[in-house]
Design a protein around this ligand. Structure first.
Ligand SMILES: Cc1cc2nc3c(=O)[nH]c(=O)nc-3n(C[C@H](O)[C@H](O)[C@H](O)COP(=O)(O)OP(=O)(O)OC[C@H]3O[C@@H](n4cnc5c(N)ncnc54)[C@H](O)[C@@H]3O)c2cc1C
Length: 516
């Protein structure tokens, strides 16, 4: 055994869950203090064939942060943070959260434009590993666009820095035939965190693009070199209500053409859970960042005028305070979901699908029908401007048959996304949950390329096995944290994990959960 492996049963239980649906008790936990300790762990794992599960805050949803091997928690050390205002860059250790980075950059008038809503707890390591994104990604893309370099430790234990523009490296390259395959088989969505980004790798020729979004399966990230952007001086926005979804096919592409900095959807299924929310088919919240107040207000006027025949509800905001007030309804969604009765669990199984923009209305309508067909209530909301919505499935887990209904919903929504030319994950990753469906989206030949990438970086298969590349016994709805078959862990720890989930308190050091 390498030094510092924690095998106490209470500690292992505290690391058995992340956000999302799984409970898998690891065989041990490691909390490395520096790069050398990770390197030693990787070498030991290679020699012993022990799986390692890289982990940040544990807020990722599709199960990439849990596993039966050794969970390696990078959220406790690796806190270095250094902003260079002249170059508009920052070097952040893997444990630095999105909010810590934002707080350090703000005094210089700078920010990381993609703004994952989980910034209070999501770590830089986790954000890069999942290619995270947020409401402003409609204008600024996912974090991929803002990464200059990553400091990594590979499966062989070697540390190196991989930079933008440095080329493909020695491990993996694409033949001309494979490039054609990728052009033909990769869905054309605005966002994706679903498998290795061979499309982006084909464009840039940069190894960095393989590593971003690799979900702990190719390397550990120990630090990230970010590019930052000036915070625009002015903004304005609106809340635009529609009586039904049909208008989205026209409204969303029109609004995106006006270059918004956020365009978010609150569907009827979510609005109904929020006290005093307007009674609408759906609501779009739009934000425009501009160089002057007049420009920001002007474009809000263009948006409202352009859609006046469709709108049944309009509120506008001409400054930051007004906009925050308008967006309050979005923020009330999480507490509303947290207040659901204990029997009704919010489970993330179809929570991250992304479709081409013009198919969004069709996707949301079909999601509603699928949910009704299977008798599973859902709450739908998210990043309309990217054709990307989150769906919380809310089954009553005290009702017999809920798991079969959930499995049916998962299968139907997978088929739906394939039919609409979508991807199963716009920003959360494939994880364990979706590893087995990737082949439906990309086909067997692209999946073979994914396996070649994995083999090239991790020939012994020690880094997060079962994530992105499915395990032979892949079963998306097994090893759940809910239901009679959930793995046994001490009651008090199960309770603390549930509270942590309800309060999204993922920044909590997990060792605290293990204290008697
Ligand atoms: C309430 C809530 C809101 C959310 N909102 C958003 C959102 O707006 N946008 C968004 O993109 N996501 C969102 N998420 C999902 C989640 O926060 C992101 O996926 C986040 O990037 C995960 O970071 P983490 O530190 O928690 O990583 P973890 O959950 O610990 O890990 C996620 C994956 O990254 C890998 N990983 C983590 N750290 C490293 C590392 N240092 N090196 C190598 N691999 C690593 C893990 O193996 C795993 O596969 C939300 C989650 C919650 C609970």
């Amino acid at each position: 055994m390498p030094p510092n492996l924690l095998t106490d049963a209470r500690i292992r239980a505290a690391y058995a869950e992340g956000a999302g649906i799984y409970r898998i008790v690891p065989q041990a936990v490691a909390i490395p203090r520096d790069v050398e300790e990770i390197a030693a762990l990787a070498r030991w794992a290679g020699e012993t064939g022990t799986p390692l599960v890289p982990r940040g805050a544990g807020s990722g949803m599709p199960g990439g942060n849990v596993g039966a091997g050794v969970v390696v928690d990078l959220s406790r050390a690796f806190h270095g943070l250094d902003v260079n205002p002249d170059r508009r860059t920052a070097r952040a250790g893997a444990a630095v959260t999105g909010v810590e980075l934002a707080d350090a950059a703000r005094p210089y008038g700078l920010r990381l434009p993609p703004d994952p809503s989980s910034g209070a707890f999501a770590t830089c390591g986790g954000m890069v590993a999942t290619n995270a994104a947020g409401p402003r990604s409609v204008r600024y893309g996912s974090v991929r666009n803002w990464i200059d370099a990553v400091e990594i430790i590979g499966a062989d234990g070697d540390a190196r820095t991989v930079r933008r523009g440095a080329g493909s490296g020695e491990r993996f390259s694409l033949a001309a035939d494979s490039r054609r395959l990728i052009t033909e088989h990769f869905p054309k969505t605005r966002k994706s965190s679903s498998g290795y980004a061979l499309d982006r790798f084909a464009e840039s020729g940069d190894e960095l693009d393989l590593l971003i979004g690799s979900e702990g399966t190719l390397a550990f990230f120990t630090a990230v070199h970010w590019r930052l952007d000036p915070i625009p001086p002015d903004l304005a926005g609106a809340a635009l209500g529609f009586s039904d979804l049909a208008a989205l096919a026209e409204a969303v592409p029109f609004l995106v053409s006006l270059n918004p900095s956020a365009l978010e959807l609150l569907d009827r299924t979510l609005l109904r859970l929020i006290p005093d929310a307007p009674d609408l088919g759906c609501l779009l919240l739009i934000e425009f960042e501009r160089e002057t107040a007049a420009a920001a207000r002007g474009v809000v006027g263009d948006a409202v005028r352009g859609l006046k025949h469709h709108l049944v509800h309009v509120e506008t905001a001409v400054d930051r305070a007004g906009l925050e007030h308008l967006w309050e309804v979005r923020r009330l969604a999480s507490p509303a979901l947290a207040r659901l009765p204990p029997s009704q669990r919010s489970l993330q199984v179809i929570e991250d699908g992304c479709v081409p923009l013009e198919r969004l209305g069709e996707y949301v309508a079909a999601l509603r029908s699928a949910a009704e067909r299977h008798g599973v209530p859902v709450a739908i909301f998210g990043h309309a401007g990217d054709g990307h919505v989150h769906v919380n499935a809310l089954p009553d887990t005290t009702h017999g048959g809920w798991l079969d209904s959930l499995a049916g919903l998962f299968a139907d929504v997978t088929d739906l996304l394939v039919r609409l030319g979508g991807v199963p994950a716009g920003e959360h990753g494939a994880g364990r949950l979706r590893a087995g469906v990737l082949e439906h989206f990309y086909g067997a030949e692209v999946m073979a390329q994914f396996r070649t990438v994995k083999q090239a970086y991790d020939p012994r298969g020690i880094l997060n096995p079962g994530v992105i590349i499915p395990a032979a016994d892949w079963a998306p709805l097994a090893a759940l944290k809910v239901g009679e078959d959930a793995a046994a862990i001490p009651d008090d720890i199960a309770q603390r994990l549930r509270e942590l989930e309800r309060n999204a308190a993922w920044a909590t050091p997990k060792l605290e959960l293990a204290r008697p």
